[in-house]
Design a protein around this ligand. Structure first.
Ligand code: PDD
Length: 280
């Protein structure tokens, strides 16, 4: 596999960054994950906009324009011959002496990793996946705003460890005020009285690109949408629950802690609409 590192492609074994890279030392960097369907990068402009927003929120100058990033991305896909791919674009502060000052790093490190997309097991969609509510709270947005899609992922990793220990697929964190926030790598939706509910961005979540598209598709299908502040107990009386992200798309939930749920009609209708947009 070939990896794009800074200014060109290198074999994966040579795709190495310095131990002085502040991405490694401090998690000082940002990233995006997106899907390539049939050679086309899905919602690439939205992902680049968010990458630029994350960069500006941490005062990082991305060493490439959007056009240059797209070129590098397609070069990487072509060189590897990938048509159905998973892509991760990472930009770290770069290598510099030990110390927190970003000015210590002269040049950001820019990486594109593309890999063949391996589909999730079909039963994740037909039967759903289990989620749990972990003890760890989502980072407070006044401390480390989840809208910064940063390399600093320990908050999510701590939640993931709790999920694994509980035998769940995803952990959906509460915020520090105990309102539902988001999964470790996903946004959550649930349906109550026919209304599609999802935590508001103000709860302290990443405004997922899939989330925005799902909201748009629901409104188009005349499904009412409410972005709000929800307690986890609200999930108990939901008729359907699902997760979203760029690679999962729309994945039904069949268990929240000890309560069982079934994948429902609105979830599958929205997923069909999502696939339709992809195919267009
Ligand atoms: N994660 N919330 C968090 C914390 C995430 O990390 C992600 C995405 C999402 C969903 O965002 P989107 O719909 O734009 O993919 C929500 C990606 C997939 C990742 O970490 O690789």
């Amino acid at each position: 596999m070939l990896v794009y590192l800074n200014n060109g492609l290198v074999p994966e074994d040579d795709a190495k960054v310095s131990v002085f890279d502040h991405g490694f030392l401090y998690g000082d960097g940002i990233y995006e994950t997106l899907r390539v369907y049939n050679g086309k990068a899905f919602m690439i402009n939205e992902h680049l906009n968010r990458l630029n927003r994350s960069a500006s929120l941490i005062g990082l100058t991305i060493p490439k324009t959007d056009e240059e990033i797209k070129k590098a991305l397609f070069l990487t896909l072509d060189a590897n011959g990938f048509k159905e791919a998973y892509v991760r674009i990472t930009v770290s502060r770069g290598a510099g002496p030990i110390g927190l000052d970003p000015a210590l790093c002269k040049e950001p490190t820019f990486v594109i990793i593309a890999n063949e997309f391996k589909s999730y097991p079909e039963k994740y969609y037909s039967e759903g996946v289990a989620i749990m509510i972990p003890e760890v709270r989502r980072n407070h947005r006044a401390a480390l705003n989840p809208q910064i899609k940063s390399q600093n992922f320990l908050n999510n990793i701590l939640a993931k460890i709790e999920a694994k220990n509980a035998g769940a697929y995803e952990a959906v964190m509460l915020n520090t005020d105990r309102f539902l926030a988001e999964g470790t790598i996903s946004n959550i939706f649930f349906i109550k009285d026919g209304v599609l509910c999802t935590p508001a961005v103000e709860c302290g979540i990443l405004d997922g690109i899939t989330r925005s598209l799902v909201i748009e598709l629901a409104l188009k299908a005349d499904v009412k949408v409410r972005e709000g502040f929800y307690r986890s107990e609200e999930l108990n009386t939901a008729s359907e629950i699902f997760l979203t992200n760029s690679t999962m798309e729309i994945m039904p939930v069949n268990r929240v802690n000890d309560s069982a749920f079934s994948p429902g009609a609105i979830t599958s209708k929205l997923h069909e609409a999502y696939k339709q947009v992809v195919s267009e």
